[in-house]
Design a protein around this ligand. Structure first.
Ligand code: HAM
Length: 419
């Protein structure tokens, strides 16, 4: 048997309904806040991700699915969407009419991480990006969107963690004091941290190895090193969140795993998913559009881990499989043929019905109707064929009535609309 690739997964009926609901709720919410959908390719030139996400990140160093195409050009299955959306914004000059643009996109991403619960090699993200607004008020708007989405989906046990990563003005000073601290605990750090610390000491704060986390407990906080503008913006973020009644946690260790971030960063974390605590992550990336050849444009956004969010919703017992409006229990070839015509006519008119094609007994068909939770059953056998009327049974009240064949479809539709 050929099995699927490690870290990839099928989303089967039973789960898929939860995914559809999450997507529906998210789309409605984003559109209420003025976001437009954008669709971007699954593959891009490797250089786009290397330049945007950063050469020293885990994603670019060891997780990308990169290969030469037939002409030898390096291409990569996208590990995230932000770089592609910026590429598109620059390439199509989407800023020309109005630099302020609000986008969302939903789709698969690929990272060759070690698979575990909540961590896959093909996973899905729901991405939201805002271009052209520098104010931290819109960072607060993004966090508000995430909390509304969680509320609408009934997801509890989540908290918004926030931090600031400063800007090219103030971050160098922070890096220097961080590096000084790192050198005092270097003997407790993993080999990745030791290798990266000089080029990018922030990565050490982000390392998930327990001994590194322990060693970095007393590391200096970037909040103490922010320049005036970054400090004011971070305070605006906090006061706006408070005004919007969004609860948040200050988290000085939150540096995120991608290099493009500036100023506000945030994550929605949960205790429901074991080690994979981040349901969504994002922040401001004011330098990226310019880095990719566009005009100097502030930008901010987030991505939700769709798999993780759907898993939490599912754990809460989200079981919304559509039940049939009617089950047609037909006995004998001629009855089955008539039942099949009714199933097709009902489906055409938006009414979902099920029938048996295996010639099972009435008893086992009634059992199946019960299992599918059909509110009505139509019974059709030799007697009914002779009389020209089928029996319609209300499965709740157990009442039965005879319905002439030519009125049956209409009778079922009327009842399905009454529900
Ligand atoms: P990220 O933190 O790398 O950020 O990913 C965002 C979310 O995607 C994570 O919080 C997590 O829920 C989910 N995720 C990441 N990797 C996996 C995986 N292997 N399996 C399952 N879920 C995963 C970004 O990707 C940024 N582009 C977010 C952003 C948008 N920042 C600004 N705009």
């Amino acid at each position: 048997m050929i099995q699927l690739i490690k870290g990839f997964k099928d989303i089967l009926p039973g789960e898929v309904e939860t995914w559809q609901r999450v997507e529906r709720v998210a789309r409605t919410l984003f559109e209420d806040f003025g976001f437009k959908e954008i669709r971007i390719p699954i593959m891009e030139k490797t250089e786009l991700f290397a330049r945007s996400i950063g050469e020293d990140t885990d994603i670019v160093e060891k997780e990308m699915y990169t290969f030469p195409d037939r002409k030898g050009d390096l291409i990569t299955l996208r590990p995230e969407a932000t770089a592609s959306i910026c590429r598109s914004y620059v390439q199509h000059k989407l800023y020309a009419q109005d630099p302020v643009r609000k986008f969302y996109t939903i789709g698969p991403m690929f990272r060759r991480e070690r698979p575990q619960k909540g961590r896959y090699r093909q996973f899905y993200q729901i991405n939201v990006e805002i271009f052209g607004i520098a104010s931290a008020r819109v960072d607060a708007e993004l966090i508000l969107l995430l909390t509304i989405l969680c509320q609408r989906l009934g997801v509890q046990d989540v908290a918004a963690h926030i931090n600031s990563l400063g800007c090219p003005e103030c971050r160098p000073d922070f890096k220097t004091s961080l590096l000084k601290y790192i050198d005092t605990v270097a003997d407790q750090l993993c080999s990745d941290c030791l290798r990266r610390k000089d080029r990018n000491p922030l990565r050490v704060l982000d390392c998930k190895v327990p001994t590194c986390r322990e060693a970095m407990t007393d590391a200096p906080s970037i909040i103490d090193c922010l320049c005036n503008i970054c400090d004011t913006e971070f305070k605006t973020l906090q006061s706006t969140l408070s005004r919007l009644d969004v609860h948040y946690v200050m988290d000085k260790r939150l540096v995120r795993g991608l290099d493009y971030y500036t100023r506000a960063t945030f994550e929605i974390q949960t205790g429901s998913l074991g080690a994979q605590s981040a349901v969504a992550g994002g922040g401001r990336y004011d330098g990226l559009v310019k880095l990719l050849g566009g005009p100097d444009t502030p930008a901010t956004g987030f991505a939700i881990g769709f798999d993780r969010l759907a898993e939490i919703v599912q754990m809460q017992g989200d079981d919304r499989q559509r039940r049939p409006d009617v089950y047609i229990a037909a006995m004998g070839e001629q009855s089955q043929s008539l039942a099949f015509d009714w199933v097709c006519q009902l489906g055409r008119q938006g009414c979902y019905s099920e029938m048996d094609h295996q010639g099972r007994s009435l008893k086992s068909q009634m059992k199946r109707a019960n299992r599918l939770d059909a509110p009505y059953v139509v019974m059709l056998g030799e007697n009914e064929l002779n009389s020209g009327a089928a029996v319609l049974r209300n499965m709740t009240t157990k009442d039965q009535i005879d319905i002439p064949f030519d009125q049956l479809v209409q009778a079922v539709i009327e009842r399905s609309q009454k529900k």
